[in-house]
Design a protein around this ligand. Structure first.
Ligand SMILES: [Zn+2]
Length: 460
C-alpha cells in the first residue's frame, strides 16, 4: 500500500518538473514552498553569517551598527529593493562586571548576570542580608518598607510550555520584580533566571523601574544557584543569609540605533504591502542566533522564496527592527515614522528556530474563507489550525496601530527558554531542517497574502 501510494504521489512531481524545464513560467507557490522545505539555504546563510561575522548585537552599541551594515549588504547581495536604514536614537545601557557570593552562613560564589537597566553597585560592591520570596505574589504581599537595606531574592520558577505561556506566568519576576522590591526599600534584587534549563548560565533580559522608583542593582542567578540559595534558606536556622553583589553596568545616554527595511516590490505598488518583522539586535551574552537572528533569517528567506514564484501582486516589506530587547525602540520609531501607512497584513518571527505548529490570525472568525485557505495550505507542513486570536510580535506596532490583519505562525517554544538571553544562544542550537520548515510555512502564507487582491475581512 505504501509503495502504490508513493508511486502515485511521484507522478505529479515528475510532471511538474517536466513542465518547469519546458517553460519559463515561474513555479507555482506550492512547489516553491515544497522546495524550500527540502533545500532552502538562504535562512541558514543569513543566521550563520550574522552570528559568525557580527556576533552579539546589543541595542544602541557599535555592535548593533555593524549588524545593520552586515544586513544591508546581505539584502543587497540577495536582490532586495528599496533597502534603507531608518535611524533613531535611544537610551543605551551596557553591562559591566558581575559577581555574586554568599558570605554567610554557607559562603560560596554564585553565577549572576545583570538585568537590562540595572543600577550599579559601584566597584566596591554591596553586601546585605537576603530576603527570600518564593514567588512574585509573595513579594507583592511584603509590607511597605519591610525590605529596607535588604537584597530581595525572587525565586519565581518557570516551566516549559509549547506555546511559551510559562513566560507570561514567570516573566513579571524579571520585568517588574526589582522595581517592586525597590519600592519596598530593597537596596538590590536578585531573581531566579527566567529560563527553563538547569545550567549555570543566568538569563539576562530587560527590567523596568516604575516612575518615581529609583533603580537598584538587579541581577539574575542561574537556576542551579537559585536552587542552592533556596536550600540555604531551608537549613539556615536563625542565621541570616548574606550576599555580596557586584554589578557595574552603566548608561551611555542617548546613542544611535536604526531599523533596516527592504522590499520585494509588488506588481501593484498602490496596494498596501505585507509587512514581515523580526529584530536585528540581541542581548550581549550570546551571538543572538535564536533571538532573533533566526527570525530575520526566516522572514528574509521567505520574502526571497516568494519572489522565486514570480513577482508578487503586493509588495513584501521586511523590517529588521533595532533595539527590541531594551524597550522596543525600533518598533516604536518605525510606527512613528510610518504613521498613516496602510499595511495589508503583519507577521513577525521572534520565537527561535523550532518548527511552526499552529496558525493564529486576528481574522479567523471574520474571514473564514481566507483562514481556511491558509490553514489548508500549511497543513502539509504539520501546522494545525486554531481559534486563538493573533496579537503579533513586539515589532509590529505599526501593523497593530493601523488596524492591519495580523498572523502569528506559532513556533514550538518548549525549548526556547532553555537558551533565551543566555551565553548559550548560539548557532549550533539551530536545527537546519526545522529552520527550513519555518521558511516553507512562511513562503506559503506570505505568498498567498502577497498575491491576493481582496481586502481581508476584519471585525470592528
Ligand atoms: Zn527576541
Amino acid at each position: 500500500m505504501t509503495i502504490r501510494f508513493l508511486a502515485l504521489g511521484a507522478l505529479p512531481l515528475l510532471l511538474s518538473t517536466a513542465v518547469m524545464a519546458a517553460s519559463p513560467k515561474p513555479p507555482a507557490l506550492e512547489t516553491v514552498a515544497d522546495l524550500a522545505l527540502e533545500k532552502d539555504a538562504l535562512a541558514w546563510d543569513f543566521v550563520e553569517g550574522i552570528t559568525t561575522e557580527v556576533g552579539p548585537r546589543q541595542a544602541g552599541t557599535e555592535a548593533e551598527a555593524r549588524g545593520r551594515a552586515w544586513a544591508v549588504q546581505w539584502l543587497r547581495a540577495n536582490g532586495f529593493q528599496n533597502i534603507a536604514v531608518e535611524p533613531y536614537t535611544m537610551p543605551t545601557w551596557v553591562r559591566g562586571e558581575e559577581r555574586a557570593e554568599i558570605t554567610a552562613p554557607f559562603a560560596q560564589p554564585m553565577r549572576v548576570t545583570a538585568l537590562g537597566t540595572s543600577a550599579s553597585t559601584g566597584e566596591a560592591g554591596l553586601a546585605a542580608e537576603v530576603v527570600y520570596f518564593s514567588s512574585y505574589a509573595d513579594l507583592q504581599a511584603a509590607p511597605a518598607g519591610s525590605l529596607a537595606g535588604k537584597i530581595a531574592f525572587i525565586s519565581h520558577d518557570m516551566k516549559p510550555t509549547q506555546d511559551g505561556s510559562g513566560y507570561g506566568f514567570a516573566g513579571p519576576a524579571r520585568w517588574t520584580g526589582p522595581s517592586l522590591a525597590a519600592s519596598k526599600g530593597a537596596v538590590a534584587a536578585v531573581i531566579r533566571s527566567i529560563g527553563t534549563e538547569n545550567h549555570r548560565t543566568p538569563h539576562t533580559g530587560g527590567t523596568t523601574f516604575a516612575a518615581g522608583v529609583t533603580p537598584i542593582p538587579a541581577g539574575a542567578l542561574s537556576n542551579p544557584d537559585a536552587d542552592n540559595l533556596e536550600r540555604m534558606f531551608a537549613r539556615r536556622g536563625e542565621r541570616p543569609v548574606t550576599m555580596k553583589l557586584t554589578l557595574t553596568p552603566r548608561s551611555l545616554g542617548e546613542t544611535d540605533s536604526g531599523n533596516v527595511v527592504a522590499e520585494i516590490t509588488g506588481r501593484d505598488p498602490k496596494l498596501p504591502p505585507v509587512l514581515l518583522a523580526c529584530h536585528l539586535d540581541s542581548w550581549d551574552l550570546g551571538t543572538g542566533a535564536i533571538d532573533d537572528g533566526a527570525g530575520c533569517a526566516i522572514i528574509a528567506a521567505a520574502a526571497k522564496q516568494v519572489a522565486l514564484g514570480g513577482r508578487p501582486l503586493r509588495t513584501v516589506r521586511v523590517l529588521f527592527a533595532g533595539a527590541e530587547e531594551t524597550g522596543l525602540w525600533g518598533s516604536k520609531a518605525y510606527a512613528a515614522a510610518h504613521k498613516g501607512d496602510a499595511i495589508y497584513a503583519g507577521l513577525e518571527s521572534d520565537f527561535g528556530a523550532d518548527r511552526i505548529w499552529r496558525l493564529d490570525t486576528n481574522f479567523t472568525k471574520t474571514d473564514p474563507v481566507l483562514y481556511r485557505q491558509l490553514a489548508l495550505a500549511v497543513a502539509r507542513f504539520g501546522v494545525a489550525p486554531s481559534q486563538e486570536v493573533a496579537t503579533g510580535g513586539a515589532d509590529l506596532n505599526l501593523a497593530r496601530e493601523s488596524g492591519a490583519a495580523i498572523l502569528d505562525l506559532q513556533q514550538d517554544g518548549t525549548h526556547y527558554f532553555d537558551l533565551h538571553h543566555t551565553p548559550d544562544d548560539t548557532l549550533d542550537k539551530i536545527d537546519p531542517a526545522a529552520l527550513r520548515q519555518n521558511v516553507a510555512v512562511w513562503t506559503q502564507v506570505v505568498g498567498i497574502l502577497a498575491n491576493r487582491a481582496e481586502p481581508i475581512v476584519q471585525g470592528k
